[in-house]
Design a protein around this ligand. Structure first.
Ligand code: ZN
Length: 413
């Protein structure tokens, strides 16, 4: 299996929007932008929603059949490890091997020496074609990088091997992810991580490093855009060089776990991948769920009422809902509208407060983030929520399609 140049991760918490999501990619294709869909859902999401990997698999298959999509499509076992991978084995063909928790785990002296044997050839000045300044590589730096990342790559290899023993190496795409950590990986670290990935024989087709800046869920990038540009460009060039040097899969590309809505850096990414003729995988963060709430709000009456109930409930349970996401959200509780206020809102006010239109006077990123992490509330409503979404399928689907096509694909590609 060989992943195409452009792929787009579409998360769908409740599994209702497969058609609308795929329609956005069909529209892109009609406009000449070929992007393959990757339905991604993590174990954590499945647990909270009480869905199963099979549900995602069926959703993807149904959408593909209904819309006669003839290109590839993938179902991503997102952020799995050895403990959580089993339920995904029969229902995914893309596996995101998440080894962030293994960064810094212990390695043996032998493992260190095996790494250094190859890595020390790069000691001194490392010149990567396309990057003007050479990197200075000291023996100390190599040991530090090994102690940080070798244990993580070893773990990725164990997960990879487990999956390939079950499915066969041809049966899936492997991504290695280290994005859910505080500290970004530098382009130099990425170079040596790729060397390790080769040493451990993982035919990764995508790699998801942690980039500089904050990638909060559902809202725009927070950080220094020029630093991001430099790092992203260097990462692209490092990957090119590593593919040639180490013999990694030639379609190896960056995977950006965007957390959705990184509107200010989309044009930067778009410009640079075109400049270097590189592919990209962009994972979003299930903001399709927010489009469902926006659609309900716009539908008015009982649907709007449900959207307000979801907000009230999320507002009252902020600590519980935000806790698991504390490193990927920034909400100032003092600025959140009170549920008593929100009750008075009409469809337009609710929808425009939640919808991410940069510069719109009503848009409130705290409101958006709180509802984003509040999908547990809708999960608890169970069938009542799903029935309301189905009842308003048309207006909800419009939001989902427009969001993916206009706000994401058009900005990025
Ligand atoms: Zn991620």
């Amino acid at each position: 299996m060989k992943l195409e140049k452009y792929s787009f991760g579409i998360g769908d918490r409740f599994g209702q929007q497969g058609l609308a999501q795929l329609e956005a990619l069909i529209k892109a294709k009609e406009e000449g932008i070929e992007i393959v869909p990757v339905w991604n859902k993590s174990n954590r999401e499945h647990q909270i929603i009480h869905s199963s990997p099979e549900d995602t698999f069926l959703e993807a298959n149904n959408a593909v059949l209904a819309l006669q999509w003839e290109d590839s499509y993938y179902v991503d076992a997102d952020h799995i490890n050895l403990k959580t991978v089993d339920p995904f084995l029969d229902h995914a063909n893309f596996f995101t091997l998440d080894v962030a928790d293994y960064i810094g785990s212990e390695i043996t002296e032998q493992e260190l020496q095996d790494f250094l044997k190859e890595a020390s050839a790069y000691e001194g000045e490392l010149l990567i074609p396309g990057i003007a300044q050479p990197f200075t590589i000291s023996g100390e730096l190599l040991v530090k990088i090994a102690r940080s990342y070798l244990g993580a790559v070893r773990e990725a290899s164990a997960i990879y091997k487990y999956i390939s023993d079950c499915k066969g190496a041809e049966g899936f795409i492997a991504e290695v992810s280290m994005d859910e950590v505080e500290a970004a990986q530098t382009p130099v670290e990425l170079f040596f991580i790729l060397m390790m990935i080769k040493q451990y024989d993982i035919p990764a087709q995508t790699i998801a490093p942690k980039f500089t800046g904050r990638f909060n869920k559902g809202v725009d990038y927070v950080g220094d855009e020029s630093l991001f540009r430099k790092e992203f460009e260097e990462d692209l060039l490092v990957i090119d060089f590593a593919v040639l040097t180490f013999g990694l899969p030639e379609n190896l590309k960056l995977s950006v776990h965007s957390g959705s809505d990184k509107f200010t850096i989309y044009p930067i990414m778009g410009e640079l991948i075109k400049k270097y003729k590189k592919g990209i995988h962009v994972k979003t963060a299930g903001t399709t769920w927010l489009e469902e709430v926006i659609g309900l709000a716009m539908a008015g009456e009982e649907a709007l009422q449900m959207a307000k109930d979801i907000y009230r409930n999320a507002y009252e349970r902020q600590d519980e809902l935000c806790g698991p996401y504390s490193t990927v959200i920034d909400i100032d509780p003092a600025t959140l509208p009170l549920p008593e206020e929100v009750v008075q809102w009409d469809s337009e006010k609710f929808a425009t407060t939640l919808r991410n239109i940069p510069g719109h006077p009503n848009y409130h990123s705290g409101f958006r983030q709180l509802i984003h992490v509040g999908y547990k509330v809708a999960a608890e409503m169970g069938e009542a929520y799903l029935a309301m979404v189905r009842k308003n399928a048309e207006i909800v689907g419009d939001q989902v399609r427009t969001n993916i096509y206009e706000r994401h694909i058009q900005r990025l590609f």
